[in-house]
Design a protein around this ligand. Sequence first.
Ligand code: PLP
Length: 385
Amino acid sequence: MDLSFILNHLGEERGEYFNAVAPPVMQSTNFCFPTVAEMREGLTKEFETPFYTRGYNPTVGILRKKIAALEGAEDALIFGSGSAAIAAAVMSVVKAGDHAICVGKPYSWTNALLNDYLSKYGVKATMIDGTSIENFEKAIIPDTKLIYLESPNSLTFEMQDIAAVCALAKKKNITVICDNSYSSPLSQSPIALGADIVVHSASKYLNGHSDIVAGVLCASKERIDSLFAKEFMTLGAIISPHDAWLMIRGLRTLELRVDRSSESAQKVAEYLEKHPKIDKIFYPFLPSDPQYALAKKQMKRGGGLLSIVIKAEKTEQVERFCDNLKRFLLACSWGSYESLAFPLCALKGSQSYDKPLPWNLVRLYIGLEDADLLIADLDQALAKV
Ligand SMILES: Cc1ncc(COP(=O)(O)O)c(C=O)c1O
């Protein structure tokens, strides 16, 4: 199925709503039936027909089809946040007594889920450096049921060889979940590489307008059917019809936004790599990156995120750089239209990662502004360090 069809038409049965070009926001909690027999029939298909919006809503239904097609999955579920999608995915795989392997430095609330929250239900997790397949081999024990990947992660962009990890997991009957938020479905396809479940923070590229928090989960029909009846309906962390509609609208320009953000980020990364005030740069699509070969093997291009370590002796120098940026907003998150800067020195506590991150690291998200203007802005702010 071609990308433009998915983004512009898939799932949109226009004849069912007055041939409106844009779908309606089906802002209704429940849906009624003319007869008891039809109501009974509706209840047997709560998953795919309008009955009660926690289960199925027609606006969300359109979005589900588009998201599944984008990831090359049989089906998808949409959640009220990326963290909700991740929690449902993980909880669908593990039970008391099970062991999970997770790559080091995942998104902070994924780390909290696996290391703090699930321990009270008797699930153990081992965090590993996922850059080498041997580390996965060594960490597997008879109780291992889950391998959790985030490739690349969203701060220092370490990658895992997704195909190699999935091949190993298949041999051992272990389920692989991959957070694909960094790349978007346009730049990396974990399911094609063997992953069982793909999750995204849809608050990032998929929506792309910094106006909703949402998550998606993609998998086989069998897995989604089971997840729907258990974690999805029980936890009830759904997206609202209005937010689903906003995401459908955001998706119309997914290709344009991801192309622009990636191209500009590459240009900015190449500029910053040579800058005398930069000690180190993290960007998977620079030939100097230690995992460049793997990046080229499994991703089509780099994303809009990159991190820099500024040559500085004091926090104030990093603060001066950030405070002088005119075209970057100081904010968390990423994946939308606006360029952002997130300095690690803004975090109060220490990082709970296996290796501490440099205090003078600043993560930049390159949005849709003109790349040359962003470079000029970075240049003037670096001059003030
Ligand atoms: C890589 C990654 N995964 C998951 C999440 C969680 O998504 P959400 O904020 O939509 O709950 C984030 C949020 O920043 C993220 O960066």
